[in-house]
Design a protein. Structure first.
Length: 395
């Protein structure tokens, strides 16, 4: 008995799948291109939003004592800028002291580079003696001697070459001046990064104004944003916005408290070890330790560089061991309690988000990857159709 198969009906719904997928792919590509080429604007806006979320509770506190919201926002922003100025002034004094002894660090780095070059050359010679036969080495040496002798041989039977005649000078003519411009790798690097540095300063100058207007116009912005939704969607949008604010506030505050704790402990340890400039390298090491995945080697660089003038192997070993132990304790005991309990992202999603945002926005993307992904998770947790995605992103 033969099997009879019915043909699958070719409906209009089946024909829509390919165009819809193409549209989604085009939209995804356009979004990635927009995020990449407009990263300066997006990074500045996200940083301003995060800072506004952090300062908003202080503005609310001042409004409870009958201050107008605009005045309260101005006072909070002014105090924040004053604190930033004090911190920058302290860092400037430390860097000025470091600049005075910078030649010593340069000499020490030069010695280390020379030593490394000598060791590499010695290793190459040893490898050549082991791999190249003695007869071939002798032939190579003879060939080099012959080339040197030919180069040192005088031309035209020992007679020096006559100088080439110069063209007669024209009265009243301006002599030709040739300017030889020497390009150095450092100059090329500075020229290549000058535009990026200017763009960074330009975008950073907008952050205080954005923060102030976001704080002073918060109620108006919230009402205007919620007008795009109606009914149940308006409640979901309000909850999502509140979840993003709480997440950003908890994430940044937890990282700041943890970084400040590590900075105090690191400065105390470096002061006890005798590391130069402990007040400068301690906070640098403490906050660099919070960078995902590469925090441990970054945290070791400032104290190791500062200890170059001391040049003691036991001090290097002590710095590596102490920073490593402090980093492991902070990430395994303190970080889950201060930060991890509020973010709720699984390690796979964190790694992928770091790769994605680091590719799109470089170093700022690495710093903003976790709060951006956690904000997306907060939206997914409040939208009924996206809760499955929120569970996938969560831990």
């Amino acid at each position: 008995m033969a099997l009879v198969t019915k043909p699958v009906p070719f409906t209009a719904a089946a024909t829509k799948t390919t165009p819809e997928r193409a549209q989604w792919l085009i939209a995804l590509g356009a979004m990635v291109a927009l995020l990449y080429y407009g990263r300066a604007i997006f990074i500045t806006s996200i940083v301003a939003v995060v800072i506004a979320f952090i300062l908003d509770p202080f503005v609310v506190l001042l409004t409870r004592v009958r201050l107008p919201r605009a005045l309260a926002s101005f006072v909070v922003c002014t105090l924040a800028l004053a604190m930033l100025y004090v911190v920058g002034l302290g860092a400037y004094s430390q860097f000025s002291a470091l600049y005075d002894v910078l030649p010593k660090y340069g000499e020490r780095i030069g010695e280390l580079v020379d030593t490394a070059q000598r060791k590499v050359a010695a290793a190459e010679d040893n490898a050549t003696r082991l791999l190249v036969p003695a007869q071939q080495r002798q032939e190579e040496q003879d060939r080099l001697r012959a080339q040197q002798a030919a180069a040192a041989r005088p031309t035209k039977r020992g007679r020096p070459q006559a100088p080439q005649p110069q063209p007669p000078a024209i009265p009243g003519a301006i002599p030709e001046v040739r300017i030889h411009e020497e390009r150095t790798p450092i100059g090329d690097f500075i020229a290549a990064r000058l535009n990026s540095f200017y763009m960074f300063l330009l975008m950073a100058s907008f952050v205080p104004f954005l923060v102030y207007f976001m704080l002073s116009w918060r109620d108006h912005l919230n009402r205007s944003f919620l007008q795009f939704f109606s009914g149940e969607d308006r409640v979901v949008a309000a909850r999502s916005l509140q979840g993003i604010a709480e997440m950003a506030r908890a994430f940044v505050t937890g990282n700041f408290v943890l970084g400040l704790t590590l900075a105090i402990i690191s400065s105390s340890m470096f002061l006890w070890m005798g590391v130069p400039f402990p007040i400068l390298v301690g906070p640098l090491s403490g906050f660099l330790s919070l960078v995902p995945y590469v925090g441990l080697p970054l945290a070791m660089l400032p104290p190791l560089f500062s200890a170059l003038t001391v040049n003691a192997v036991p001090l290097y070993v002590l710095i590596v061991v102490s920073v490593g132990l402090l980093h492991l304790v902070a990430l395994n005991l303190l970080y889950p309690k201060l930060v991890g309990s509020r973010v709720h992202l699984n390690p796979l999603v964190v790694t992928f988000s770091l790769m994605l945002w680091g590719f799109l926005w470089d170093a700022p993307g690495l710093l903003l990857a976790i709060p951006i992904t956690a904000g997306l998770k907060a939206v997914c947790d409040n939208v009924a159709g996206l809760r499955k995605l929120g569970k996938f992103l969560g831990d």
